[in-house]
Design a protein around this ligand. Structure first.
Ligand code: GLN
Length: 545
């Protein structure tokens, strides 16, 4: 039966709980255990799908089509275990379910309350959909202990610890130990207060992870242990790491996984095999060159908005043993003056236009595609980026004046549109029958068939691929012929041949646009083939300039 590890945070937010959870999972996995990671978010949105990337960072999409918190991306990148819909829940979703049941009359006249109804729903979520062979379920609770909105989650964990049995659950609390310059000391008091808050809610943590910006003296470690009622060895100092991929090894050194196993009373665990992490770090810390990639996007002000993309580019660098520098370019600031665009893009070894929504910056993105195509600079268009590549191709190589996307308003030549705008009635009927109708977001994993002699076929080494989608609009297949005459080949299609999935230019060193998000499936120890190939092309380009 699976054991549960609950992770809470105190003092401040942004302590890296998600990375800690992912690292702990990777360490347990390295010891041969099967793990699953879950995130419980106290906010009231039903899911992060509607939240601004500026505020909340990227929306991470799972194979089964859930729009989830970006921490699930860390979980998947660190463990290779595909995240599922059932791995992320919010207060909003919990309440939505309860209110639906209440309206249906399922509560048979009872008064519906936070305890037991909300807490029961939270416990049901934590225990649902667990594979029988799973050894550990790691549940991260978003927010900070003491927040009003996280109270039902903490209460649910308190109850669950009694129901499952104390021996089968462990609580880890993450806190901050700040350095006060005026005193020249690290201060343990915020940690003491935060643990007191948690214990007042009925949870005595077994392990404390203390974030600090310098080594924690033994005396402070002992003091925290004494005041917070844990073993001294269970106070795990967590210093800033050189890279997120150094975090698992650092936590292992600090004794995190051993303490967790000790808390469960497991004393015969195999030692961890960290070979794959050692290899990742070796590649990361000893690069044999570097490349600069220009990312022309809209949400460049907050890098968390492109978290998976950033990581996938780094992974592409690992595959080629080069350091990847990312230059974030705000598409909106691109003027229409060709010379200015060229000045910004000329130093780049490759150009990437990522996914996005809305018209803002679209002309700057199209201009970047134009530059990359004409100057033969490696180009990668992802989702909206592929749509921009098709619009650029339509305007400048297929002679379709006024080509655009209906996402940006009324358009005479909607090379990109909703399928309800361009698909045949028969095609729409078939899609409706299979529940896959446009107009709503196409979400989650879909298959694509790759053309036999295409570049992408050789990059993937396979005829059929499955990748994750998150978009409403599609490249209109009625423009396929004209675009192909302009040199843009449709090398990947949906299995029914109706929806373009990949376009490429065979007369260009590296020019690929994909309707899906390959970055969501890339891992440091298993870089996505498209990103590995893209960075390889950038390396070649760097030797030319
Ligand atoms: N806005 C585009 C659409 O909805 C692209 C979405 C994306 O890039 N994720 O189709």
């Amino acid at each position: 039966m699976a054991r549960f590890i609950f992770i809470t945070g105190g003092v401040v937010s942004s302590l890296g709980k998600g990375l800690m959870a992912a690292s702990l999972a990777a360490l347990l996995q390295a010891r041969g255990y099967k793990v699953r990671l879950r995130k419980l978010d106290p906010y009231l949105n039903v899911d992060p799908g509607t939240m601004s990337p500026y505020q909340h960072g990227e929306v991470y999409v799972t194979d089964d089509g859930a729009e989830t918190d970006l921490d699930l991306g860390h979980y998947e990148r660190f463990t290779g275990v595909p995240a599922r819909q059932s791995d992320n829940v919010t207060s909003g979703r919990i309440y939505q379910g309860i209110i639906q049941r209440e309206r249906r009359g399922d509560y048979l006249g009872a008064t519906v309350q936070v305890i037991p109804h909300v807490t029961n729903a939270i416990k049901d979520f934590i225990r649902a959909d667990i594979d029988p062979e799973c050894d550990f379920i790691i549940c991260e609770i978003g927010g900070t202990v003491g927040d009003i909105e996280s109270l039902p989650f903490i209460e649910a964990i308190r109850q669950l610890r009694n129901e499952v049995g104390r021996g089968d659950t462990v609580s880890i609390h993450t806190t901050l130990v700040p350095y006060i310059a005026a005193a020249g000391e690290l201060k343990t008091k915020p940690t003491q207060h935060s643990v007191r808050e948690l214990t007042s809610l009925g949870i005595q943590p077994e392990i404390l992870v203390t974030r600090c910006d310098r080594p924690l003296p033994d005396s402070d470690r002992a003091k925290i242990a004494l005041f917070c009622n844990v073993r001294t060895e269970a106070v795990i100092p967590a210093l800033d790491a050189a890279s997120i991929y150094a975090v698992p090894a650092q936590y292992h050194e600090a004794g995190l996984d051993s303490e967790v196993l000790h808390a469960f009373g497991i004393d015969d665990a195999p030692t961890p095999d960290l070979a794959r992490w050692d290899d990742v770090l070796d590649r990361l810390l000893n690069p044999e060159g570097e490349v600069t990639i220009g990312v022309v996007g809209k949400y460049v002000g907050l890098q968390d908005a492109y978290k998976s993309l950033t990581e996938a580019l780094v992974h592409g660098g690992l595959a080629n043993r080069v350091k990847v520098n990312i230059k974030w370019l705000d598409a909106e600031l691109f003027s229409s003056a060709e010379s200015e665009i060229a000045a910004a893009l000329e130093p780049m070894h490759a150009i990437l236009v990522p996914g996005g929504f809305g018209e803002r910056g679209s002309e700057g993105k199209i201009a970047s595609v134009h530059f990359a195509r004409e100057r033969k600079v490696p180009f990668f268009g992802i989702c909206l980026g592929m749509q921009m590549a098709c619009i650029e191709g339509a305007r400048n190589t297929a002679g379709i004046e006024g080509a655009g996307s209906s996402e940006f308003g009324e358009c005479h030549e909607p090379v990109v549109g909703l399928i309800t705008e361009w698909m045949s009635a028969e095609g729409l009927q078939k899609r409706e029958a299979s529940g896959d109708l446009g107009g709503t977001m196409r979400l989650g994993a879909y298959e694509a068939k790759l053309a036999g002699n295409s570049v992408v076929r050789s990059i993937y080494g396979s005829d059929t691929i499955s990748e994750r989608h998150r978009h409403r609009y599609e490249v209109n297949i009625h423009y396929k012929e004209a675009l192909e005459q302009g040199g843009l080949v449709f090398s990947g299609m949906s299995p029914d041949g109706e929806l373009p999935e990949i376009v490429e230019r065979p007369d260009h060193p590296w020019f690929i646009g994909v309707q899906f998000h390959p970055e969501l499936k890339s891992k440091p120890f298993d870089p996505h083939p498209l990103f590995a190939s893209f960075i390889q092309a950038a390396v070649k380009q760097s030797r030319l300039v």
